[in-house]
Design a binder for this molecule. Structure first.
Ligand code: DQA
Length: 145
């Protein structure tokens, strides 16, 4: 099982950025724990602040990986280009948010990318990423596409 976590803008600042909302743990520290917990899953990680670079990475991964876990950050709420990209891929994409975007500002309540994604996990802090891994693992077990 090969998955990739793709993180969008400002998520390179996890641990430093608004810790009251996003927590005080860095992505690197979290990834170390996640990989230890799922030794049989190859968990890759990519982060970019640039929309086109995210699209390039999704296209690259979207025909060979078993799952993509995407936190598109603020592009979630704006990017038709990301939606089009997700819809073009063979690999299932799970939308993830660290915070509960439905409990925050009005403009975060709409996801442009959700219609292209298999499902959404949000509001569980960094554990949202692990829950997405679980969803992908369960999917494999059920043999559902
Ligand atoms: C976020 C929520 C988005 O609204 C925000 O722009 C982010 C992070 C989250 O993980 O909670 O950058 O995707």
């Amino acid at each position: 099982m090969k998955v990739i976590i793709v993180n969008g803008p400002n998520l390179n600042l996890l641990g430093v950025r608004e810790p009251g909302i996003y927590g005080s743990e860095s992505m690197e520290a979290y990834l170390t724990k996640l990989r230890r917990r799922y030794p049989d899953v190859e968990i890759n990680h990519y982060q970019s602040n640039v929309e086109g670079e995210l699209i390039n990475k999704l296209q690259e991964a979207g025909f060979s990986y078993d799952g993509i876990i995407l936190n598109a950050g603020a592009y979630t709420h704006t990017s038709i280009a990301l939606l089009d990209c997700i819809r073009s891929l063979r690999t299932p994409v799970i939308e993830v948010h660290i915070s509960n975007v439905d409990g925050r500002e009005e403009y975060r309540r709409h996801s442009m990318i959700a219609p292209g994604c298999k499902g959404t996990i949000q509001g569980f802090g960094l554990d949202s990423y692990r829950l997405a891994v679980e969803a992908l693992l369960g999917d494999g077990e059920r043999g559902a596409g």
